[in-house]
Design a binder for this molecule. Structure first.
Ligand code: GDP
Ligand code: IMO
Ligand code: MG
Length: 452
């Protein structure tokens, strides 16, 4: 059986902790899209692991696979493996030969294109990991794949074709001086070395058939989505999106498993009990704003109720950049966004995280619907420009006080108002709640049902 874990909002919903929770019942955990733009956190008995590329299931000693839909930066891959080894784990990671490789010039181009777009307010505030430029090369049929790193002649031929184009783009179109990142010989040496390590450690697999064989042998497969539905290149808030498909369809194309294998399994939507966004783009339920990310925001009145609420949620939820310390954008739960996610992904169950973050508020608000051009909308419009014009229609729920979350062992143990809030979410999305996150640790989870 397969279980697919999908972010239902804008990333950072707590996918990593749910993969870890249910990963116990899986044998293989496969990432199907994205690359080291992700940041998935697993906390086990107070020990925190942050993974940007390798599947979160390796923390439980499961086999981790990077599917063909991923873009792989080998430097990150080996850094993460080595770091986990230093921490006493022995990660077993396989990489699909069909997955594309992020090269140093992709990261350079990611940065300069973001700068170029800034003038027109089109920059997405990317993670700068070269994700977009690598997927561009994949679609342009000029990418380098993991399999190419294992074949010296193919690797050299690929680089000789593509690198001069990239150099010309950087120098002639964007007017920057290029260095080693655009040097064929240097890239060849470095990436052949990565290829040798992949070979020595027997990491390369034909992803689709590897997974199909495991299923034939009776293994349970879990698909770990990165990012979230509204960051999906097709179903998200284009162009303020990532360059892959985090939605359930991506779990088929990005692993080589057929839609029937994914569809016969479970699809769990991960929901953060409020909303956060890293980067630009509309957010109709936003509280306050963050300069440089919230369109037109130049700093609010810190004493206003709205700014104070934003600061409260940000502080309680730790919504500050892990590297930069910059505040993240926060807002109330956006139900039209979630209805859209439920439809696109076909959730069979939900995991709702961060209910502890909202505890202590007198009232908890949600954006129940939007008003656009005088009409009520229950789901997101298809264009981002129209989405940006939507005004949220809010509903409020009575709040709940913090409790000893570690003592919550059944649905009835949750505060009543928290249950009402969760029932509302479940009703609107048409899916049962499988688990509730009441803190970051594996132990801080109320498990109501299991997909395996
Ligand atoms: P992911 O990208 O979806 O895996 O989520 P991240 O790991 O980027 O962000 C979620 C953050 O919230 C991490 O720091 C988690 O440890 C933390 N977290 C996850 N679930 C909960 C929860 O239920 N309550 C609280 N307070 N924190 C949580
Ligand atoms: P996880 O898996 C939150 C956002 C970036 C930017 C846009 C495009 O941890 O939930 P990219 O580098 O992918 O081209 O950036 O997408 N973004 C994320 N936001 N969580 C993530 O991953 C993200 N991955 C990308 O901030 O707005
Ligand atoms: Mg994250």
């Amino acid at each position: 059986m397969t279980v697919t874990i999908v972010g239902s909002q804008l990333g950072d919903e707590g996918k990593g902790r749910v993969v870890d929770l249910y990963g116990d019942g899986a044998d293989v955990i496969v990432r199907y899209q994205g690359g080291d733009n992700a940041g998935h956190t697993v906390v086990e008995g107070g020990t925190e692991y942050k993974l940007s590329l390798i599947p979160s299931g390796v923390i439980r000693g499961k086999i981790g696979v990077l599917g063909n839909g991923c873009v792989v930066n080998p430097a990150t891959l080996f850094d993460e493996i080595d770091e986990l080894k230093e921490r006493g784990l022995d990660p077993d990671v396989r990489v699909s030969e069909r997955a594309h490789v992020i090269l140093p010039y992709h990261r350079v181009l990611d940065g300069i294109e973001e700068d170029a777009k800034e003038e027109d307010d089109l920059s997405a505030g990317t993670t700068g990991r070269g994700i977009g430029p690598t997927y561009e090369d994949k679609a342009g049929r000029r990418g380098v794949r993991i399999g190419d790193l294992l074949d010296p002649e193919v690797l050299r031929a690929r680089l000789e074709y593509v690198v001069p184009q990239k150099r010309a783009l950087a120098e002639d179109v964007f007017g920057i001086e290029t260095g080693e990142e655009f040097d064929i010989d240097a890239l060849y040496e470095q990436y052949r070395e990565y290829g040798r390590r992949i070979e020595e450690e027997d990491m390369a697999v034909n992803g689709g058939s590897f997974l199909a064989d495991r299923i034939d042998d009776g293994d349970e497969i879990m698909m770990e989505g990165a990012q979230g539905t509204s960051l999906d290149i097709d179903h998200g808030s284009y162009p303020y999106v990532t360059s892959s498909n985090p939605t359930t369809g991506g779990a088929c194309t990005g692993t080589g498993l057929p839609p029937t294998a994914v569809g016969q399994g479970e699809v769990i939507g991960i929901v953060k009990a409020y909303l956060s966004r890293v980067g630009t783009g509309p957010m109709p339920t936003e509280l306050g704003g963050v300069e440089g990310q919230t369109a037109g925001y130049t700093g609010g009145d810190p004493d206003s109720d709205e700014e104070q609420m934003a600061t409260y949620i940000r502080d309680e939820g730790g919504e500050y950049g892990t590297v930069t310390g910059r505040p993240r954008r926060v807002g109330w739960l956006d139900i039209p966004m979630l209805r859209h996610a439920a439809r696109v992904n076909g959730f069979t169950g939900l995991a709702v995280n961060h209910v502890d973050v909202l505890a202590g508020l007198d009232e908890v608000t949600v954006g129940h619907s939007y008003t656009l051009d005088g009409e009520e909308l229950l789901t997101m419009p298809a264009t981002t420009e129209k989405w940006g014009e939507c005004e949220a229609n809010f509903r409020t729920f009575d709040g709940w006080d913090p409790v000893d979350w570690s003592a919550v062992e059944s649905w009835e143990d949750l505060p009543e108002n928290c249950r009402t809030y969760l029932e509302y979410i479940s009703d609107e999305l048409g899916a049962d709640i499988y688990c509730v996150g009441m803190g970051p640790d594996r132990e801080d989870t109320l498990v109501l049902d299991s997909p395996y």
